[in-house]
Each structure stands twice: as C-alpha cells, then as structure tokens.
Design a protein around this ligand. Structure first.
Ligand code: NAD
Length: 534
C-alpha cells in the first residue's frame, strides 16, 4: 500500500487543462487550478518539499499538485504550534467555543462545495461527501457546548480541612494523522475537541487527499485570523509516510491521534509509547451483521446493502461479514442479490449514483487479490468479482460489489480475519445465536457489529458480558454510519481509541489531582504517623 503511495510523489510539473467538472469545484473553494498548491500552514502558507499529486479516482485526472512540507518546515511548524499552544491555553474555554461556533458557520456555508471536493478527490458519493462535512459541523456544535462543560471534580478528602480537586488543563500539541477515506470528518472530530480543550493541533492528512485538507484548513484559518488567533492553532503539514514518522517520533507532540490501518497503527503506537507520549488509535474494522429469523427483513436488507456497498466498502465500519440464520438464509440472499443487481454505478458526483470507485489503483489490486483468494479456497461468488471495464468506468477504479460464500465460516481463514478495504461481503450460515456471536468476536478487530432481531432476549445476550466485544454494538441498526454524540472507536486491534462524543474529550487534556490543605495542621493520609519534634 505504502509503496504505491510513494509513486504519487512527483518531481516534474507540466501545465495542464483541468476538466470543467474539477475546475468548478476547486474554484469554489479557492484552490488554484493551474499552479502548485502550498500544502503547509502555520499562520502563513508555504511548502518547499516534494510534490504530492492528487488524482481523481473516477477519471484518473490529476486534480492538483501540492507542495508538501520539507523536514525543516515540519520542525518550524512544530515550533509554531508550541507557541500557538502557549497562547490558546490561556484563552477562556467559552471564548474558544465562540471561535469554534464561527468555524462551524463557515464550514456549513461551504458544505456542498466541500462535500463535492470529497467526492471528487476521495471518490465517495455526493450525499456521503456532504454528510462528512455535516459531521464536522455537528462535532463543532458539540464542542461549543463542551467548551462550557469540561468539568473536573471535587473529591471528598479523608483529612480534615482538605479538598481534592481533579483538574483538567490543556495538554499541548496534538497531532492528527488521518486516513484517506474520511478526509474531512476525522480531522473535524479531533480538531473540535482539541481546540475546545485549549490545544494547538497539527494535521498530517493522507498523501492521496491533500486537496480536502488544504480546503478545510483555509476555511478554519480565515476564522482564526478574523479573531486574532495564531494560525498554528490549526496547522497543516501535507506529506507522506516520512512526515508521519517524523511527527510520531517527535517529543514536541504530546498526543498523536492516528486513524489508519492496523499495520501502520501498530508502528505508530509502539513509537509513541516508546517516548511515553499519549496515543489514540482508530484502526481497521472487520464488521459483522447477524440476521436472526425474527428480523424485519425490510429494514435489515437495505442496511446490509448500504453497510457493504456504501463508500464502495471503504469505511472502517463497512459490513464485511454477514451471518445469516439458516432458516432465512436463502430468502435473504436472493433479495440481497436482487438489490446488488440494481446498484447504480458511476460518477460519485451524479445525484443518482450509489456506488463510486475505489480510491486508488492499488485498492483495485487489493480487491482482485481478495477475490483471487476466495476463488482459490473454493468460495462461491454469488455476485460480482470483476472490475467494470466498459467506458467510462474503465477510466476509474470501479469494481463490482461482491458477495461470496466461503466453504467454511471458521474465522481461522484469513478471509474472515483480514479487513479487505473494498466492497466484498462474506456470508456464513449459523444455527444458534451463540455460534454467530462467537464468529463475530473471534477475529482480531473489534470496531462495529450489528444484530437484527425483535426478541429482547437476543438483545440482552448481544449487549451483555457474553455478547459482542466490539466498540460499537448495534441492534436493528447497520454496522456503518455513527452519530457524533457517542464516543466512537473500536477494541482489540482496532486500537481501543475513542473519538468524537461521550468522554472522548478527556483524552485531549492533562489531568491533575490537586490536594489543597485549608487547615492549620498537615496530617498524612491513611493515618501514617511521621511526627517529629519541631
Ligand atoms: P494508512 O494506515 O495507510 O495511512 C494512514 C495515515 O498514516 C496516512 O496519513 C499516512 O500517510 C500515514 N502513515 C503511513 N505510514 C506511516 C508511518 N510509518 N508513520 C506514521 N504515519 C504513517 O491508512 P489508509 O489506507 O489511509 O486508510 C484506511 C485504513 O484506515 C483502514 O484500515 C480503515 O479501517 C482505517 N480507518 C479507521 C477508522 C476508525 O475510526 N477506526 C476511520 C477511518 C479509517
């Protein structure tokens, strides 16, 4: 994966004519269409590193060339973010909330334009692109409220005349390393909480979605500058794997919030731990839906369809495993196949499209390898399994959504244990709920899971101690598509991180227990007597 990404770095520049389709979207967001785009921001825009080439997954067109940060620039930006942190930590939290409210307004005003850029550069369909920007807007709303509610606690002391306070203070510099598949929202989840908590944030986006990052940073920067806040409070360093490594290793970064693959997350986690930094990991998912005989099929079918095909199977929460009760399996699969046959494939910017392209040609290879493996283990491919090769789909990374029935549902085979980031759904047939729960849990990942039933006894099992071990445990709701209010994240090899709502904000602050003595004596805790003659 990484090797191919490096290929996106180019050293040559050539003049080119951008399609009207792309130019309209870039112009609406103030992104240059005929010059190289500076990809570094810390109050001023620049970039003197290599060029990153942003390619449209639908047409193969080069959308823009972005100048990434040189190693020297990265260090300058880290210095600037430290300075910016010293400033922002003393701005009262509700005042920070007011600035976030303005960022929220500015993002909402550009929701459709930014959403279109997500579709253009990442490849997800229009409504999902807009939804992603809406998620950023929503988390800003949440963080505006939070800016008046990031409360500590007063704890009862066993010593007379003493009080214990649990105090939250800003943490420092937070670096956000993001994946390609949510090129706007994941930064939003992190930035909104980090800013409300009084930190400076430095963003290293995926090397294949630099334009989304530049566009979002421009919108935030305008609001910061309008309020006289240092721009490095929301700094940007576009870059590649090496930039990510340098950030991860830097002692100038207090928290690394990483969203990406398990493979890279393992490296990032170890590196940050080894220097005793804080790390938040949001890694791969391998999510299952379980359909019981009493499930409402009219609800379950479209949810599985969206879960498996939405974002062309490139969501961390995409449905990758489908466990069907034997008594309804044939009927469910017949109806699901029918739905698959109706899927509207094409330009993600067209209103009617439901299935866009995969993000890169490398992802197409990953898809083909997974299909090849399924065939080699004798799985029955009941639909899909090929690329779309007719014009105009042959210009982009379009693959057929696939349903396969491997011979065994035993999670020991890699097809059940590995996240294939493409629209491939593997089906297993079960007889008892307990068996399906065991299959659900017996994989390395633990992000999202979904049970379809009307029986309250099944619900109790599913959400209880012997139930799903994932971070997201849904009932009559698909695996894909979470709201911002609850903490979002997964267990096990998904990394145990939590972002967005719930108590996730508590990770973006440093906690101190402060014992204060208001009395004229200084007793020790637990009655320890260390009296001396004075
Ligand atoms: P990736 O791991 O290839 O890249 C993620 C980021 O890490 C990129 O910015 C990349 O430049 C950077 N990077 C690469 N090597 C690095 C290194 N050695 N040190 C530091 N940074 C490095 O992931 P991807 O292909 O962009 O995204 C897809 C993956 O992300 C999937 O596994 C998906 O499930 C996961 N994801 C998880 C969540 C979640 O919330 N759990 C959300 C979105 C995506």
């Amino acid at each position: 994966m990484l090797a191919s990404r490096v290929l996106f770095r180019v050293r040559t520049t050539s003049s080119r004519q951008l399609s009207t389709r792309a130019a309209t979207i870039l112009n609406a967001l103030d992104l240059p269409t005929n010059t190289e785009i500076p990809g570094v921001y810390d109050g001023a825009w620049r970039g003197s590193g290599d060029l990153l080439e942003s390619k449209c997954p639908t047409t193969g067109e080069v959308l823009g060339r972005v100048k990434m940060a040189s190693p020297k620039e990265l260090h300058e930006v880290l210095d600037k973010t430290r300075e910016a942190y010293r400033y922002i930590r003393s701005v009262p939290a509700p005042k920070r909330g007011e600035i976030l409210r303005q960022v929220r307004e500015a993002l909402a005003a550009k929701r459709d334009e930014l959403g279109a850029l997500v579709s253009l550069e990442m490849g997800k369909i229009k409504t999902e692109g807009q939804g992603e920007v809406q998620e950023f807007v929503d988390i800003c709303d949440y963080a505006v409220g939070l800016s008046r509610m990031m409360n500590g606690r007063v704890v009862a002391s066993e010593r007379p005349g003493h009080s214990i306070l649990e105090v939250a203070n800003p943490l420092g510099v937070v670096s956000v390393l993001t994946a390609f598949n949510f090129p706007v929202a994941v930064y939003g989840w992190n930035f909104a909480l980090s800013f409300a908590a009084g930190n400076a944030t430095i963003w290293k986006p995926s090397e294949t979605t630099p334009l989304c990052a530049v566009a979002v940073t421009k919108i935030i920067a305008q609001m910061l500058e309008k309020n006289g806040i240092p721009g490095a409070v929301s700094a940007l360093v576009t870059g590649d794997k090496c930039t990510g490594e340098a950030i991860t290793e830097s002692r100038d970064v207090d928290l690394v919030s990483f969203t990406g693959s398990e493979h890279v997350g393992r490296i990032v986690g170890k590196t940050v731990q080894s220097r005793f930094g804080k790390v938040l990991l949001e890694l791969g998912g391998n999510n299952a839906s379980i359909i019981m005989p009493d499930a409402d099929m009219n609800l379950a079918l479209p949810a599985v369809f969206f879960g498996a095909i939405g974002t062309a199977g490139q969501r961390c929460t995409s449905t990758r495993r489908l466990y069907l009760h034997r008594s309804i399996a044939d009927e469910f699969l017949t109806k699901l196949r029918r739905l698959y046959s109706t899927v509207r494939v094409g330009d993600p910017l067209a209103d009617s499209t439901l299935l866009g392209p995969l993000h890169t040609t490398k992802a197409v290879e990953t898809y083909a390898a997974a299909i090849g493996h399924l065939r080699s283990i004798g799985a029955e491919i009941i639909t899909g399994g090929e690329r779309y090769l007719d014009s105009p789909l042959d210009q982009g990374n379009f693959v057929q959504p696939t349903i396969s029935i491997p011979k065994s549902a035993n999670p020991a085979d890699k097809i059940w244990r590995t996240e294939t980031f493409a629209p491939v759904l593997n089906v297993g047939i079960f007889d008892e709920l307990e068996q399906a729960i065991e299959w659900n849990n017996n994989v390395p990942q633990g992000l999202s899971s979904s049970l379809w039933t009307r029986d309250i006894r099944n619900v109790g099992k599913w959400i209880g101690p012997a139930g799903s071990d994932a971070g997201i445990v849904n009932v009559n709701v698909g695996t894909s598509g979470a709201e911002i209010g609850a903490a979002f994240g997964g267990n096990k090899s998904t990394g145990w991180g939590r972002e967005s709502g719930g108590d996730a904000w508590k990770q973006y602050v440093r906690w101190s227990a402060c014992t204060i003595n208001f009395s004229d004596a200084a007793p020790l805790a637990q009655g320890v007597d260390f009296s001396i003659d004075t």
